[in-house]
Ligand binder design. Structure first.
Ligand code: AMP
Length: 278
């Protein structure tokens, strides 16, 4: 039977009981509005552990004041039904006051990695993400935590944070789950109008094109500039970036190292991000 708890104390008590009997614990942090992308991580968590924990928390500290915190999709009863069906053991669904005391002052920042790419456009975002994920990992102390490659830079930030803080957890990256036309699944895809939805798969198409061109030896700058131009022409209103980076450090790519193509672009009021391996 799946249990839902809303306080750190209850969550710790359940997990401590399992740890005491030597059971392996997994954690999948989410902001809810679950889709098949989340569920693929949940299934990995289940396979990698004896006890699976999923957190649902729309984290206010990772939203800028002008962003969509209040309108972010929320449907807890649907989420819980999906998690129950997936045999999750424990759902941790705290409210904001449980996670952040009025006088909370501590922030976790992975310097450098948090300022580039997404960080240039959302300066506080990764501080909010790293802080909440550090809290969730310390609260739960799982053996393994699973994060999606869909948010590739976030995965890099979490890996660095866990390593730098000596958190005794293995961080696993899960493949990006896509709609049949290539659009990466995202809770924010529900914001797209019908017209925007038909344009959205171009983002994946273009970065896949960049990956192919770079692999075949084309100049990175030219491939990225062409993709940006194609997205503009298709109707994306302002492309924040199309970039090719070192797949581990997200620094400028070097010969012989694995590379990743990452992009962010706006369709109307919706900001889409995506990435693929070269
Ligand atoms: P979110 O609820 O958006 O904070 O996402 C929770 C976790 O699900 C993060 O680790 C995301 O990277 C992951 N995730 C979101 N969308 C996808 C997707 N399409 N495929 C795989 N993982 C995803």
């Amino acid at each position: 039977m799946m249990e839902v708890v809303r306080t750190v104390a209850e969550m710790r008590e359940r997990v401590a009981g399992w740890r005491h009997t030597g059971e392996r614990i997994s954690l999948v942090p989410t902001m809810g509005a679950l889709h098949e992308g989340h569920m693929s991580l949940v299934r990995q968590g289940d396979e990698l552990s004896d006890r699976s924990v999923v957190s649902i928390f729309v984290n206010p500290t990772q939203f800028a004041p002008h962003e969509d915190f209040t309108t972010y999709p929320r449907d807890e009863s649907r989420d819980l039904a999906m998690l129950e069906k997936a045999d999750v053991d424990l759902v941790f669904a705290p409210d904001v006051t449980q996670m952040y005391r009025d006088d909370h002052r501590t922030k976790v920042e992975v310097q450098g990695l948090s300022q580039i790419l997404e960080g240039q456009f959302r300066p506080q975002f990764f501080i909010g993400v790293a802080t909440v994920c550090a809290k969730l990992l310390i609260q739960t102390m799982p053996d393994v935590a699973i994060f999606g490659e869909k948010d590739y830079q976030q995965l890099c930030v979490i890996r660095a944070m866990a390593r730098d803080l000596d958190l005794p957890v293995q961080i696993i990256g899960g493949d990006t789950i896509r709609e049949s036309d290539g659009l990466a699944m995202s809770s924010r895809n529900t914001y797209l109008s019908n017209t925007e939805r038909t344009l959205a798969p171009y983002l994946h198409q273009e970065i896949t094109g960049v990956a192919r061109r770079v692999k075949s030896g084309d100049a990175i700058e030219v491939a990225c500039a062409d993709a940006t131009q194609q997205l503009d022409a298709a109707g994306f209103k302002s492309v924040d970036y199309v970039a090719v980076r070192d797949a581990e450090t997200l620094e400028m790519p070097a010969q012989g190292r694995p590379m990743r193509v990452l992009a962010a672009a706006w369709l109307g009021k919706t900001r889409l991000i995506d990435n693929v391996a070269v």
